[in-house]
Design a protein around this ligand. Structure first.
Ligand SMILES: [Zn+2]
Length: 89
C-alpha cells in the first residue's frame, strides 16, 4: 500500500492507471492459479478493479506496464508477480 501511495495500481482502460483509492491487496497472479502470497505478487487494488480482475491470469503486457509504473513512480524497481514453486513429484 505504501509502495502504491494508497492508489490502485491496476488500469482503468487505455493504459491509464486507475485513480481510485486502493482498498485491497490483490494477488497479481491469482492464488488459485499458483500465485505466491508475497510482497512481490501483491498489487494494491480498488474494489472496482479487484472485482473486475477476479481470478484471471494477467496478460504479459499488464506485468510489463505495471513494473514500469512502479519504477517511475517511486524510484523502486519492484518486479511484479511471483508464482509458488510447484511441488515436483
Ligand atoms: Zn482500480
Amino acid at each position: 500500500m505504501l509502495r502504491a501511495g494508497g492508489i490502485c495500481e491496476l488500469e482503468s482502460g487505455y493504459g491509464r492507471r486507475c485513480s481510485r483509492a486502493a482498498e485491497h491487496g490483490d494477488h497479481f497472479y491469482p492464488w488459485s492459479k499458483g500465485g505466491a502470497t508475497s510482497l512481490r505478487n501483491f498489487v494494491a487494488a480498488c474494489a472496482h478493479c479487484n472485482g473486475r480482475k477476479r481470478a484471471r491470469i494477467p496478460r504479459p503486457w499488464m506485468l510489463t506496464r505495471l513494473e514500469r509504473r512502479r519504477a517511475s513512480g517511486t524510484g523502486m524497481a519492484v518486479p511484479v508477480g511471483e508464482r509458488r514453486r510447484l511441488r515436483s513429484a
